[in-house]
Design a protein around this ligand. Structure first.
Ligand code: F6P
Length: 558
């Protein structure tokens, strides 16, 4: 296991510390004095047009950040990831989500085996299955074609698929739709099945491990719902053979543990595999995306993979000084470590991206929310900012107040596309243009603010001038693309995967494990008997847990 280079001990870090103390970037002045700033700080990759000019940097700071990447070995670690080295050291695994979108002529070896043919073999199987569902060749137990696919999964086996499904709604085949069940709150299954027709529903149980309590419980509840409703409607009889026939027509699975899939009762012929070198939060482009392949189709899914691959190549091949994911990751480090930024907003001006922030929360926070480095030593600086966001303009009418005028620095990424999927007009007004005017205006307001003199010049009473001043210098990155196509959605995902990777390398973190989710799972198992009424188990709990469980037991109505 290699020892991570301590970023704080590098020359570049010392230089950044000096730059942070020695100069305050004023964006008004920076723009006024440097007509080349926007051009120099705008970068393109595939369809993405990324403007970094409204960040709190100048040429020296960008150079020092790029030096930092060089001095912590970003390129070496990036190359090790793409080459299939076991950089996920705490789980002793390769990290090869990038191989999931490699074209078939690429070779990537893991333990002497080229994994790219395996990827394409599974893709072909998923595509063939999806085509059968889409064409109506795959029918339910009563001979009806499938109209609804229900993905049952959680974390990476849910957030990626649901986010992309929502993002690509215009690409969904007419007559098909998807739903997503994730929470073990029984309401999730109840609400999602209450108006479903079992005869036209196909469940996809998606779980990398096929041990996740939430997913297996929801899969069993859904199986019970399917059989009970089919039997009570007289669509099938109650015999074992009729039940297993119904399950085989209405349940498929995606997992790395195909033996467990079979034990659950799903025909292995209807199971799609993937591998331990695909992390859960990096798996939407594996068979975990089966609900997407069915709904948007293999063609659109291939475009989605191609978009991811284009950004992979950009990250792998572009000099760090113009490498967008590397620069965005380094900017995040700049704000977290030199401005004490606690959080980062992601604000898509695209309603279809309304689950993007939720998706990014797992990607970024499960990856970089760590206090030890990959060799087990403590981190030497703050890590893992909180990612959050909502689509514009909803956020404007909710929390932007704090971003504009609060006491905290909140870097924000703004995302928008030029051509909308729904080009509506309001009288003579193109509504997308009204929408985008907000996108453009917000980053300008955040960057350049409004001075007291400007407020006064509007005739504002002196007493309320301070309340109406905007300090500006609130950093933003603007990301634009021609349209929200499958490729662009893939590009955005790969972009943020590599941003996350870059930050993890600077901090010396294993961005691919997630031990922090384990303790709560174990304690939930221990407390389960206590919740169910086992006094001896309850007495083993701490005083607060005992009190809360007793409250629950005395108030639960059945
Ligand atoms: O909660 C932790 C986690 O392991 C995530 O990393 C993962 O995406 C999720 O659980 C679901 O796991 P699985 O796909 O194995 O059901």
């Amino acid at each position: 296991m290699s020892t991570p280079i301590d970023a704080t001990s590098t020359q570049a870090w010392a230089r950044l510390t000096q730059l942070r103390q020695g100069r305050d970037i004023d964006l008004r002045r920076a723009f006024d004095e440097d007509p080349g700033r926007v051009e120099r700080l705008t970068f393109t990759a595939a369809d993405l047009f990324v403007d970094l000019s409204k960040n709190l940097v100048d040429t020296d700071i960008v150079a020092a950040l790029v030096d930092l990447a060089g001095q912590v070995g970003l390129t070496e670690r990036r190359d090790a990831m793409f080459a299939g080295e076991r950089i996920n050291v705490t789980e002793d695994r390769a990290v090869l989500h990038t191989a999931l979108r490699d074209p078939s002529d690429v070779h990537v070896d893991v333990d002497g085996e080229d994994v790219v043919p395996l990827v394409h073999e599974v893709l072909a199987k998923v595509y063939a299955f999806a085509e059968k569902v889409r064409s109506g060749e795959w029918v339910g137990v009563t001979g009806k074609r499938i109209e609804t696919v229900v993905n049952i999964g959680i974390g990476g086996s849910d957030l990626g698929p649901v986010m992309v499904y929502e993002a690509l709604k215009p690409y969904v085949q007419q007559g098909l739709s998807a739903r997503f069940i994730s929470n073990i709150d029984p309401t999730d299954v109840a609400e999602n099945t209450k108006d479903l027709d079992p005869e036209t529903t196909l469940f996809i149980v998606a779980s990398k491990t096929f041990t996740t309590l939430e997913t297996l419980t929801n899969a069993r509840l859904s199986r019970t719902w399917l059989l009970d409703t089919l039997i009570s409607a007289g669509a099938i009889d109650a015999s074992d053979s009729a039940r297993s026939e119904a399950v085989s027509k209405h349940f498929v699975a995606v997992s790395t543990a195909l033996d467990k899939v079979e034990a659950f009762g799903i025909d292995p012929a209807n199971a799609f595999g993937f591998w331990d070198w695909v992390g859960g939060r990096y798996s939407v482009d594996s068979a975990i995306g089966t609900s997407l392949v069915v709904t948007i189709g293999p063609g659109s899914f291939s475009d989605f993979l191609a978009g991811m691959h284009a950004i992979d190549r950009h990250f792998a091949e572009t000099d760090l000084a113009s490498n967008i994911p590397a620069l965005m990751g380094l900017l995040n480090v700049w704000y977290v470590n030199f401005f004490d930024a606690q959080s980062h907003a992601v604000l898509p001006y695209a309603q279809y991206l309304h689950r993007f922030a939720a998706y990014l929360q797992q990607l970024t926070m499960e990856s970089n929310g760590k206090s030890v480095r990959w060799d087990g030593s403590p981190v030497t600086t703050a890590t893992g900012e909180v990612f959050w966001g909502e689509p514009g303009t909803n956020g404007q009418h909710a929390f932007y107040q704090l971003i504009h005028q609060g006491t905290r620095l909140i870097p924000a990424d703004f995302i928008a596309v030029a051509t909308p999927a729904n080009p509506l007009v309001d009288g003579d007004k193109d509504v997308h243009e009204l929408f985008l005017a907000n996108f453009f205006a917000q980053t300008a307001a955040l960057a350049f603010g409004k001075t007291a003199d400007e407020v006064r010049a509007e005739g504002t009473a002196e007493a309320i001038v301070p309340a109406r001043v905007f300090p500006g210098n609130r950093p933003t990155t603007s990301i634009m693309a021609p349209a929200l196509t499958p490729s662009v959605v893939g590009q955005l995902i790969a972009l943020y995967e590599h941003v996350t990777f870059t930050q993890g390398v600077v901090w010396g973190i294993d961005s691919f494990d997630q031990w922090g989710v384990e303790l709560g799972k174990q304690l939930a198992q221990q407390v389960t008997p206590a919740v169910a009424g086992d006094e001896a188990a309850l007495e083993k709990q701490d005083a607060s847990t005992q009190s809360l469980v007793r409250y629950y037991r005395s108030h639960r109505q059945r």
